[in-house]
Design a protein around this ligand. Sequence first.
Ligand code: COA
Length: 165
Amino acid sequence: MERKALYAGSFDPVTNGHLSIIERAARLFDSLTVSVVVNPNKQGFFTLQERMEIVREVTSHIPNVTVDSFSGLLADYVNDNGFCAVVRGLRTAADFASELQMAQVNAGLYRNGTETVFLMTEPEYSYISSSVVKEVASLGGSVDALVPGYVIERIDHKLREEKKQ
Ligand code: COA
């Protein structure tokens, strides 16, 4: 039976930290679906479509990764699509409390014994978040160490477009 895993997030934008988790998770499972989700509590920088395009581009070298999107409950998406695992990255101890709560809530909603699998973020990525990337870039700082080159191009383009408006 194919062992399918899901890695969901807002990926606004995808960072080197996310990419490292994606590469490592893709080695653990037969296939990995990266789902780009709009988090209503966060103000978006890239549109959903743009985020998906970007994630597709930066994961194009990993053959068993596909990129999609869903709305609604993560657990419903998992139950409807037969994922055996949901992958989460843990950066610091601060992530643990919220991740534990989310994993426990979801565990009560999964119908087929889906497991949440935590991968520890590599130390060099433990301080990265999408918000930090956006803040540094929008104030003219370098994000070369934080995101893939393609993401830098897309951020620069987006900021130029915003300035024109
Ligand atoms: N490397 C770099 N950054 C990372 C990271 C890593 N390994 N892991 C997490 N981050 C960052 C993200 O970029 C994000 O930064 P931001 O807050 O600046 O945008 C932050 O850590 C939080 O990431 P995450 O916890 O994955 O939040 P998210 O908004 O990206 O995704 C969902 C959260 C989509 C998984 C969650 O909201 C969800 O499941 N939604 C569906 C609705 C639902 O089922 N809700 C009930 C859940 S119990």
